[in-house]
Design a protein around this ligand. Structure first.
Ligand code: GLU
Length: 277
C-alpha cells in the first residue's frame, strides 16, 4: 500500500517533469500558443523610437510593438519572444540561416532584397532624409558632395547616396546608426543620412536635444516590411493578416502615438500589399 503510493507519486512527478522538460527545452520557434516555445524575432537595438535595447535589458520602439503584435497573432505571448539584434547588413543572412523567424527592423522592401527574402507588409512608409548639426548650412542632397557623410552598410540609404543623391560625397559606412550619430556629434562627419523616422528618433533624445536638425527632404520612399525566409507563403499570409488587423483595431495608431509622439510626423498607415515606389 505504502509502496504503491510512493510509486504512484513518483510516476506523477516523472510525468510532470517530462511535461515541463518538453515545454522548457523547446526553443524551436514554431510551437506557438501550444506550449512554452520561443519565437526569435530580429529587431534593431540602437534606433530610438523604433528598436532600442534599454539599459534594463527590455526593448522599446515601433518595430518592437509591431513585432510583439505579429507574434501575438502567431500565437506567442510577449514572454515567449526572444529579440535578436539584426543589423542592416545582416538581415538577409539571418533569415536565410533561420536565426530568426521574422524581422521588424526598419527593413525596406526592395526588389533586390526580394531575390533573397520575402516580405509581409508594408506597415510604415518613411523617407530618406539628412541629419546635420543645428548650425549646419547643408540643406539639400547636392550640398553633400565633398562632405563627410555617414550611413550604414547594407542599407538602402548608403546605396542611394552612391547612386543618386550625392555620388561625390565622402561616404563613411558604419555598422549602425548610433555610431553615425556619435560621429556627427563629435564632428567626425558632417551629416548622417537614412530614414527620417530613424533620424527623428535620435534628434528627439534628451542627450541630443537642440543639437541636430533634419533637412526635411523626402529623398526616397522606404516601405517597411516584415522580412521572412524566402518561400514561406503561409507565414507571409499570417503576418499580412496580423498587420491588417493591427491597423483596423487601432493598435497601429496607439503604437505610433506611444513611440513617435511629437518627434516624428509619420505617414498614414500603408495598405498591406501596396508599395509606394
Ligand atoms: N530602411 C532602410 C533600409 O532598409 C534604412 C534603414 C536601415 O538600414 O535599417 O535599409
Amino acid at each position: 500500500m505504502k509502496l504503491s503510493k510512493v510509486v504512484a507519486a513518483s510516476a506523477a512527478v516523472l510525468a510532470l517533469t517530462a511535461t515541463a522538460t518538453a515545454c522548457g527545452s523547446d526553443d524551436k520557434d514554431d510551437s506557438g500558443s501550444s506550449g512554452g516555445g520561443k519565437i526569435k524575432v530580429g529587431i534593431k537595438y540602437d534606433q530610438p523610437g523604433l528598436g532600442l535595447k534599454q539599459p534594463d535589458g527590455s526593448f522599446a520602439g515601433f518595430d518592437v510593438d509591431v513585432a510583439t503584435y505579429v507574434a501575438k497573432e502567431l500565437g506567442y505571448k510577449p514572454s515567449q519572444i526572444e529579440f535578436v539584434e539584426t543589423k542592416s547588413a545582416d538581415r538577409e543572412n539571418a533569415l536565410a540561416r533561420g536565426d530568426v523567424k521574422f524581422i521588424a527592423a526598419t527593413y525596406s522592401i526592395t526588389d533586390e532584397r526580394k531575390q533573397k527574402v520575402d516580405f509581409a507588409g508594408p506597415y510604415l512608409l518613411a523617407h530618406q532624409d539628412l541629419l546635420v548639426k543645428a548650425d549646419s548650412n547643408i540643406s539639400k542632397g547636392t550640398d553633400l558632395n565633398g562632405k563627410k557623410l555617414c550611413s550604414v552598410t547594407g542599407s538602402t540609404s548608403a546605396e542611394n547616396v552612391k547612386n543618386t543623391i550625392a555620388p561625390k560625397a565622402n561616404l563613411r559606412k558604419y555598422s549602425g546608426y548610433s555610431e553615425c550619430i556619435a560621429g556627427l556629434q563629435s564632428g567626425a562627419v558632417d551629416a548622417v543620412t537614412t530614414d527620417d523616422s530613424i533620424l527623428a528618433g535620435f534628434a528627439a533624445q534628451d542627450k541630443y536635444k537642440g543639437q541636430f536638425k533634419l533637412a526635411g527632404l523626402k529623398l526616397s520612399n522606404e516601405n517597411y516590411g516584415v522580412g521572412i525566409k524566402k518561400g514561406d507563403a503561409a507565414l507571409e499570409k499570417k503576418i499580412n493578416a496580423a498587420l491588417t488587423k493591427m491597423v483596423s483595431d487601432k493598435a497601429w495608431d496607439a503604437a505610433v502615438k506611444k513611440n513617435f509622439g511629437t518627434s516624428y510626423k509619420n505617414e498614414p498607415a500603408p495598405k498591406v500589399g501596396v508599395i509606394v515606389k
